[in-house]
Write a new protein. Structure first.
Length: 323
């Protein structure tokens, strides 16, 4: 496996037996200027112990750590930019191992510094990833296995952090990824439960359409802007007031619905998909604004595809006319 990494380092194609996500991550590590023999992670002493992620994850991390107390598997929680927030080790040997690898609170484990590993890969791919032994980019990690899963904000679908299981290669097994993914689900539910009643109602109404719609979709209320992953790349928090002004003006105007919202900060607009008592479901459109003929760099395309958007009750609403 290290021979295949050496081929990537000199821009040669590796064996097809190496997983594509690992090859892609190796190439990204090389593009970032990393070398396997050097492993130096930056440190920031300002921890995120009182962040919503840390508060929601603490009971889950504590319980998972207790469940793994008689194994060789450690639990590591990282937040923004892969910075380690908390960890639980089953014993002093594993604690010392984490210290040696700087898997400690305050150290950054994102791709720019740590290269290919389960934490950085879960951040970059926005999906669970297990990296074993020689699949790691850094030489110092080749005796380890790291399995990470991204933690998403239920309101915005943005990745807040990664929960990972870390152990020696000999202690790794195929259950690590399902185990950490289940724990991440519990953290996301706690993030949802920590919201206000109004926010929770809007979030619950948004979850089903979000799972059923692949295009950019958003829900807006007086104090909340929720997006799926596609819309998160196109909208900013500063768009919420303008979206709510547009949406609220249509709450009681069933026969006078405006087809499109005013232009948003990134040059997008939104069309009304569904009204309900505490918020409005919107489809985000990537159309170029009158001031620009180019799409916003985060939008990826110029126009909506013709497709139905699920209503909150489960049926589909037709695509509004843009004429």
């Amino acid at each position: 496996m290290r021979r295949e990494l050496a081929r990537v380092l000199v821009s040669e194609p590796p064996s097809p037996l190496v997983r594509q996500e690992i090859v892609d991550s190796w190439r990204q590590s090389v593009a970032l200027g990393l070398v396997p023999g050097r492993f130096e992670l930056p440190y920031d002493e300002c921890l995120e112990q009182d962040s919503p992620l840390a508060r929601a994850a603490k009971p889950v991390v504590d319980q998972l750590g207790a469940d793994l107390a008689f194994t060789e598997i450690s639990v590591v929680l990282s937040g923004e930019r892969g910075r380690v927030v908390a960890r639980r080790a089953p014993g002093p040997l594993e604690e010392a191992q984490l210290d040696q690898l700087t898997f400690s609170p305050g150290y950054f484990w994102d791709m720019a510094y740590a290269g290919t590993n389960g934490v950085s890969g879960a951040f970059a791919n926005r999906s669970p990833l297990m990296v074993q032994g020689d699949e790691h980019f850094a030489d110092v990690l080749t005796t380890m296995a790291t399995a990470g899963a991204p933690i998403r904000d239920p309101r915005t679908a943005q990745v807040l952090g990664v929960l990972a299981l870390v152990c020696s290669v000999g202690a790794a097994n195929s259950l690590l990824l399902p185990m950490v993914s289940r724990a991440v689900y519990e953290v996301e539910q706690r993030l949802l439960d920590g919201s206000s009643i109004l926010d929770r109602v809007v979030q619950e109404r948004f979850l089903t359409p979000r799972r059923q719609t692949r295009g950019p979709l958003a829900a807006v209320s007086p104090r909340t802007l929720l997006t799926n992953a596609a819309a998160a790349r196109m909208l900013a928090a500063a768009d919420r007031p303008r979206l709510w002004d547009f949406a609220s003006s249509n709450l009681s105007a069933a026969d006078k619905i405006k087809q499109r919202s005013p232009w948003l900060m990134g040059g997008q607009s939104a069309s009304l998909s569904r009204r309900y008592s505490m918020g409005v479901m919107l489809r985000v459109c990537c159309s170029a604004s009158p001031r620009s003929t180019k799409p916003h760099p985060r939008s990826g395309r110029l126009a909506w595809q013709d497709r139905a958007v699920p209503r909150l009750g489960g049926t589909a609403s037709p695509r509004p006319s843009t004429q």
